[in-house]
Design a protein around this ligand. Structure first.
Ligand code: NAD
Ligand code: UGA
Length: 461
C-alpha cells in the first residue's frame, strides 16, 4: 500500500511487553492503518524485525508476521514516526520511583515525560496522545500542560487507554478483551479524539466491550483493576498460612468459595506469591496517591496486599529451611522455574529472585532451571551469579539435589518423570510445591517428602 493510502498513521513509543503485542494486534486487525512501533533500544527493535522476537509470548510471532512490513513497522527513527502520525500511543515503562519524593512508591514518570518532550519538539501538526502506560490518576493533566504549552499553535488531546493484557496470554487477551477502556476529557475536542481511538478498536472488538469514561476514571480504573486482582491472591495466600496450621486444604477452600458466582473462581490459586512488573508497582502507586490525598486508612488497606505477598515469599523460604533440619548450607536446592508465571520469560519482581537470594544467603548451592527465563535470571542475579548454577534441563538440575522447589507453574513440570528424578537426588528428598501443580500423593508414594502451599505436608520422616 502506498504511503498516501493508509487511512490513519499510528505510532507507538515503547516496543516492550505492551507496545509490541498491542500494536501488532492493531496492525493485524486493521490493514488500512500504518502502525509504527519505535523505541530507543536498538537491539529490541532489531529483534522485532526478526523471528526471534525480544519477548516470549505464545502466538505472538504469527500475529507479528501477518502484518510486519505490510502495515506494521519497527524502527528507531522516533522523530520521523512522531512527525508523520496523527495518533501516538505512549507505552514506555513507568517503574516505581527509587529516589526523591515518593521513593519506593510513586511511579517514575521520567520516561513518559521524556516522550512528551520528544513529541513537543518534533510535532508540526495536531495530535492525539494516548496513555497506554499505566500512570497515576491525573497524569494526563500534567501531560496536557506540558504539550499544550507549545508556541507552535499545535493542539494535543491526551487520551487514557490503559492496557489489561496479562503476559503469557497477551494474544488472546488482545484479540478478545473483556473490555477496552478509553477515557478522555468530556469536551468537544476530547470526545472527538476519544471516538478516533474507539474507532480503532471497533475494527474487531464488539461495541458493548468498549467502555468510555472521563480521563481520571480511566487512569484510576487501571490501578484499581490490578489492586483487586492482587488482593485476591493475597487474600487466598493469607488463608493458605492458616490452612497449613489447621490441616485444612487451600484447594478445597478455593473451590468452595470460588463456586459462589459473586466471588468467582479466578485468581484464587494460592502460590509462592505474585510477581510481575505491575502488581506491586501499581498498588504502591495507589497507596502513594491515597496518602497524597490525605487518606491514610485507605493507603494502609492496600499496602497490606503487598505486605502479605512479601510474607508469603518469606514463609516459603522459611518453611524450606525449617523442614530441611534448619540448615541448608552446602545443600543443593533445585528451583524449577524462575519466570514470574508460566508462558513468559519475564522475571520482573518474580518471587524466584527473593527466594534465590535468601537461599544463597543461607549458603545453599542453588541451581535454577526454566524453559524461557534463564537469560533474565542471569541479569537479575548478576551480583551473585558465581554462587548459582543455571541449568536448562530439569533432570540435570535435580541431580544430587536435596530439594526441588516449584516456583513457576510451567506445564512441563507436571509431566516430568519424578521417579527418575527421585533416584538421582540426595535422600531424604524434598519437594516444595510453590504452585500446587504436582500430584502430591503420587510424588509422596515415590518417596519424596512433599510440602505444598496451604495443605498438610506429606512426610516419611
Ligand atoms: P517494557 O519495559 O517492556 O517496555 C517499555 C519500552 O519503552 C522499553 O523497550 C524502553 O526502551 C522504551 N522506552 C523508554 N523510554 C523511551 C523513550 N523516551 N523513547 C522511546 N522508547 C522508550 O515495559 P512494559 O511491560 O511494556 O510496560 C509498559 C507500560 O505498560 C507500563 O506502564 C506498565 O505498567 C504497563 N502495562 C504493562 C503490562 C505488562 O504485562 N507488562 C500490562 C499492562 C500495562
Ligand atoms: C496482570 C493483570 O492480570 C493484567 O490484567 C494487567 O494488565 C497486568 O498485570 C499489568 O498491568 O501488567 P500479569 O502480571 O502479566 O498481568 O499476570 P497475572 O496472570 O495477573 O499474574 C500475576 C502474578 O500473580 C503471577 O506471578 C501469577 O503467578 C500470580 N497469580 C495469579 C497467583 O499467584 N495466583 C493466581 O490465582 C493468579
Amino acid at each position: 500500500m502506498s504511503e498516501k493510502k493508509y487511512e490513519k498513521k499510528i505510532t507507538c513509543i515503547g516496543a516492550g511487553y505492551v507496545g509490541g503485542p498491542t500494536m501488532a494486534m492493531i496492525a493485524a486487525k486493521c490493514p488500512q492503518y500504518k502502525v509504527t512501533v519505535v523505541d530507543i533500544n536498538k537491539e529490541k527493535i532489531k529483534a522485532w524485525q526478526t523471528d526471534q522476537l525480544p519477548i516470549f509470548e505464545p502466538g505472538l510471532l504469527e500475529v507479528v508476521k501477518s502484518a510486519r512490513d505490510r502495515n506494521l513497522f519497527f524502527s528507531n527513527e522516533i522523530d520521523a514516526a512522531i512527525d508523520e502520525s496523527e495518533i501516538i500511543f505512549v507505552s514506555v515503562n513507568t517503574p516505581t520511583k527509587m529516589f526523591g519524593q515518593g521513593a519506593g512508591k510513586t511511579a517514575d514518570l521520567q520516561y513518559w515525560e521524556k516522550t512528551a518532550r520528544d513529541i513537543l519538539r518534533v510535532a508540526k501538526s495536531d495530535k492525539i496522545i494516548v496513555e497506554k502506560s499505566t500512570l497515576p490518576v491525573r497524569t494526563s493533566v500534567a501531560m496536557e500542560r506540558i504539550l499544550n504549552a507549545n508556541e507552535k499553535g499545535i493542539h494535543f488531546e491526551v487520551i487514557s487507554n490503559p492496557e489489561f493484557l496479562a503476559e503469557g496470554t497477551a494474544v488472546s487477551d488482545l484479540e478478545s478483551p473483556d473490555r477496552v477502556l478509553v477515557g478522555s476529557r468530556e469536551t468537544p475536542p476530547g470526545l472527538k479524539a476519544r471516538q478516533e481511538i474507539v474507532d480503532i478498536f471497533a475494527n474487531w472488538v464488539p461495541a458493548e466491550k468498549i467502555i468510555t469514561s472521563d480521563t481520571w476514571s480511566s487512569e484510576l480504573s487501571k490501578l484499581v483493576a490490578n489492586a483487586f486482582l492482587a488482593q485476591r491472591i493475597s487474600s487466598i495466600n493469607s488463608i493458605s498460612a492458616l490452612c497449613e496450621r489447621t490441616e485444612a486444604d487451600i484447594s478445597m477452600v478455593s473451590k468452595a468459595i470460588g463456586s459462589d458466582r459473586r466471588i468467582g473462581a479466578k485468581f484464587l490459586n494460592a502460590s509462592v506469591g505474585f510477581g510481575g512488573s505491575c502488581f506491586k508497582k501499581d498498588i504502591l502507586n495507589l497507596v502513594y496517591i491515597c496518602e497524597y490525598y490525605g487518606l491514610p486508612q485507605v493507603a494502609e488497606y492496600w499496602e497490606n496486599v503487598v505486605k502479605i505477598n512479601q510474607y508469603q515469599e518469606e514463609r516459603f523460604v522459611q518453611n524450606m529451611i525449617n523442614t530441611m533440619f534448619n540448615t541448608i548450607a552446602g545443600k543443593r536446592v533445585a528451583l524449577f522455574g524462575f519466570a514470574f508465571k508460566a508462558n513468559t520469560g519475564d522475571t520482573r519482581e518474580s518471587p524466584a529472585i527473593f527466594i534465590t537470594r535468601k537461599l544463597v544467603e543461607e549458603q545453599a548451592d542453588v541451581v535454577i532451571t526454566d524453559p524461557q527465563a534463564l537469560s533474565n535470571a542471569k541479569e537479575d542475579l548478576a551480583d551473585i551469579i558465581q554462587k548459582v548454577t543455571l541449568e536448562p534441563d530439569p533432570y540435570k538440575a535435580a541431580l544430587g539435589a536435596h530439594a526441588i522447589a516449584i516456583i513457576t507453574e510451567w506445564e512441563e513440570y507436571k509431566g516430568l518423570d519424578y521417579t527418575k528424578i527421585f533416584n538421582v537426588m540426595e535422600k531424604p528428598a524434598f519437594v516444595f510445591d510453590g504452585r500446587n501443580i504436582l500430584q502430591h500423593k503420587q510424588i509422596f508414594d515415590i518417596g519424596f517428602n512433599v510440602y505444598p502451599i496451604g495443605k498438610p505436608g506429606l512426610s516419611h520422616l
